[in-house]
Design a protein around this ligand. Sequence first.
Ligand code: HEC
Ligand code: HEC
Ligand code: HEC
Ligand code: HEC
Ligand code: HEC
Ligand code: HEC
Ligand code: HEC
Ligand code: HEC
Ligand code: HEC
Length: 239
Amino acid sequence: MKKTVARMLLLACILTMLVCESSSSAEYTDCTKCHVTKPYLKGKVLHPAVEMGCSVCHPDAHKKDTKNPLGLASDVPQLCFMCHDSKTFSDKVIHAPVAAGICTTCHSPHSSDNGKLLRSPVPKLCYTCHEKFDNKYVHAPVAAGMCLTCHTPHAGRNEALLLKPLKETCVQCHQQVLKEEHVIAGGHPLFLEHDPLRKGKEFTCISCHNPHASDSIRLFRYKVEGTNQSMLCNYCHKM
Ligand code: HEC
Ligand code: HEC
Ligand code: HEC
Ligand code: HEC
Ligand code: HEC
Ligand code: HEC
Ligand code: HEC
Ligand code: HEC
Ligand code: HEC
């Protein structure tokens, strides 16, 4: 008699465990049943990966003792590289947060109200880490927040993450500078191997101008009082 009770108890136990186990996994299969109303899924732009199902990235969600936090398939950025070519993010010059693999500081993995799943729009995004260019004179494209007309956010082969070499960066909008005499009769030399004031840098437009902003007229890189332009010349030429 005692034996039968014990057996029945054991059976009941096993049955309960089985029922609980199966009901719990079934309860969690339809992720959107509970998560769809969450703010991280309600942005205007939905990551196409989310449409493939939450489990591509969270195969172990709601399971105990998972390998990675949040039941993720792997850590970021390896998770992103399952679908995005990692080569795009490695080149001669790599943006520090990209090199550090912290993709989700700039991008939401789920959805966003901003294009490209950005956490905030450019240039606000950039200014979360970089000081705002708020000198007296701000270069028009910088004031307009067009950082990405000159820079790539990830990686590239040009210095300062420029989309094009410096020689081409400025003249794409200022072609007249190459056609007319610049600064002096006959035209000041514009592209040389050495900038006398910046060791290891070429002499280019930004040897005299700051690409972003300045407290001096004409975006001069060095301090010039009022409109006294010869002050600029004196930094390199003793006249
Ligand atoms: C029965 C409702 C329900 C279902 C179905 C469900 N979840 Fe959850 N999930 C929750 C609740 C509640 C939390 C805790 C609060 C929160 O973060 O929203 C949570 C938390 C999470 C978390 C964060 C876990 C943590 O450690 O903080 C992830 C990731 C997650 N769910 C993914 C999923 C995925 C993927 C699915 C589908 C396979 C799923 N959930 C199905 C209710 C559910
Ligand atoms: C492209 C991969 C990917 C997909 C697809 C994905 N997630 Fe996530 N999820 C992540 C990453 C990465 C994090 C960690 C967030 C971070 O690093 O800021 C995360 C975090 C979470 C969290 C924790 C709360 C938060 O916002 O940080 C929940 C809950 C969650 N995901 C639920 C879901 C659900 C539900 C789905 C499907 C509707 C889903 N995820 C689809 C990658 C993904
Ligand atoms: C399961 C596959 C998959 C994973 C994993 C994945 N993505 Fe995507 N992602 C896509 C697809 C598909 C697209 C749309 C096509 C494209 O742009 O390559 C996309 C597009 C994007 C876009 C552009 C969105 C737009 O509006 O143009 C960004 C940004 C992005 N993913 C970031 C990430 C980040 C960050 C991670 C890692 C946290 C990640 N992705 C992981 C599949 C994935
Ligand atoms: C410093 C912020 C920042 C970081 C960190 C970052 N991104 Fe981006 N990402 C951007 C911006 C800004 C764009 C929009 C580019 C554009 O509109 O031209 C973008 C665009 C994208 C796109 C859309 C395709 C494209 O190239 O325009 C994908 C996919 C993407 N990022 C994935 C990633 C992945 C994966 C990582 C981590 C290895 C990452 N990003 C890290 C800022 C960042
Ligand atoms: C999460 C923080 C973070 C965000 C967001 C961020 N940056 Fe950066 N960026 C850095 C760090 C760190 C460095 C390296 C140190 C430095 O030069 O200040 C860097 C360096 C740079 C450099 C110089 C690279 C070189 O090798 O000379 C440029 C250009 C740049 N960032 C542009 C941008 C632009 C444009 C955006 C917005 C799309 C942006 N950053 C957003 C952190 C960030
Ligand atoms: C007209 C092209 C142009 C635009 C627009 C532009 N930059 Fe730059 N940026 C440059 C050039 C050129 C350099 C290299 C400067 C140097 O070597 O002295 C640079 C360098 C940088 C650096 C490296 C540190 C420094 O100050 O030299 C950061 C950070 C940076 N830019 C951020 C930004 C952000 C953020 C925006 C948008 C608000 C932006 N840039 C818009 C051309 C541009
Ligand atoms: C996307 C287009 C664009 C690019 C690229 C660009 N500029 Fe400009 N720049 C402008 C506009 C627009 C103005 C304002 C109108 C004007 O004076 O032509 C301006 C004005 C200037 C001025 C005059 C500022 C003043 O206060 O009189 C200088 C100097 C200048 N840019 C230098 C540069 C340098 C150096 C570069 C390369 C690092 C560069 N620009 C790249 C669009 C651009
Ligand atoms: C040797 C220093 C020097 C170099 C190098 C230089 N500039 Fe200038 N730039 C000046 C001075 C000085 C002025 C003011 C001229 C005036 O107001 O008469 C000026 C004025 C300008 C202006 C506003 C007035 C105008 O002519 O439209 C622009 C735009 C400009 N430069 C762009 C460039 C670009 C683009 C390059 C590279 C191709 C460049 N500068 C190289 C010194 C320089
Ligand atoms: C950032 C440094 C720098 C600044 C600022 C600068 N120059 Fe120059 N300049 C040079 C270099 C480098 C050369 C070429 C090598 C040399 O002759 O010293 C040069 C050459 C010249 C030449 C000789 C041109 C030739 O064809 O041989 C004249 C004239 C000249 N600069 C005038 C000026 C005037 C005027 C200004 C101010 C509006 C000025 N420079 C500002 C660096 C500069």
